[in-house]
Design a protein around this ligand. Sequence first.
Ligand code: GDP
Ligand code: CA
Length: 332
Amino acid sequence: MPPGNNPDSSRPLPETPKFNGPVVALAGGVGASRLLRGLVHATDPSNLTAIVNTGDDREFYGAYVCPDLDIVTYTLAEVVDLAKGFGLKGDTYGLMDALGSFGHETWFRLGDRDFAYCLHRTLRLREGISLATLCDQHRRAHDLPCRILPMTEDKAPTRVELDDGRSLHFEEYLVREKSPANVRSVDLTAAERATPAEGVIEAIDDAEIIIVCPSNPVVSVAPILAVQGVRDAIERSNAPVVAISPIIGGAPVKGPADHLLRAIGCDVSARGVADLYHDWAQGFVFDEVDRDQLSEIEAMGLRAIATPSLMRDVEASTRLATVAVELAMSLR
Ligand code: GDP
Ligand code: CA
């Protein structure tokens, strides 16, 4: 399909043309996993590597929680609680309820089986096993052909500073405080000090296509790029970089991207996201409702396509992933 043509979202899926070379996807949580559900059909999944944000990671109740890594793994494994977008479907909350009864704060609710995996990860990390190894074991346990890599082994918490002077861990901002609008700034200094996990730079160097998932640009994509050497590797790569907008019609589909984009002085629009990415991306896919921004986005030097981009089901995800992959192929 030539760039500029829209796939008809009401048509059944055509036999998906696959790109069989190595592909890297930069991924956060929910938005990324929705795209990855399709990207595994638009590419050869055994040649696909998701490099995942770990800026949201934190210890809760003694267990090390990696929200984005687990959302991606559980979504691809089709065991995610689809209604919530995270956690395991059918999970129970006995542990949380019991902790609450002892007076512990339970604003970060983990299901029992979810908790068990996080505790397992904590114990293995203490034994000296790397997070990358654990992620690899986890995806293999779920029979996933796609590689899932943490951006770093280092602790790299994203912090959010509010207008009232408080500095919060990202999960405190998102979950405990329910993502208020009064954000002054976002602090990625921990990610800037972090070194990439083993395999991250190699995957970028080997990639023939790089896809930036429709993840939160400020707290999912920016932390990955902030890790030492990652942005340089992307900039020196010959692989075309195609990004997908998480902003549709001037608003995020879900989550606080609007408040966070405003805090970094960025317009809450497809055009605003394109402006953040155009220095290192060559292609941009955004929703057809924002088609009037096409010429402005192309004027930034991006090859852009407006297309339906709401991923309600795996077919919609596959269609959107295919548009992004075909755009990348046309840029090679
Ligand atoms: P998080 O870590 O769980 O917040 O997940 P991400 O950073 O990967 O994704 C959050 C972003 O995904 C939000 O800004 C949403 O607007 C975006 N998003 C979620 N679902 C969709 C969708 O169906 N289409 C598009 N284009 N963006 C989506
Ligand atoms: Ca996240």
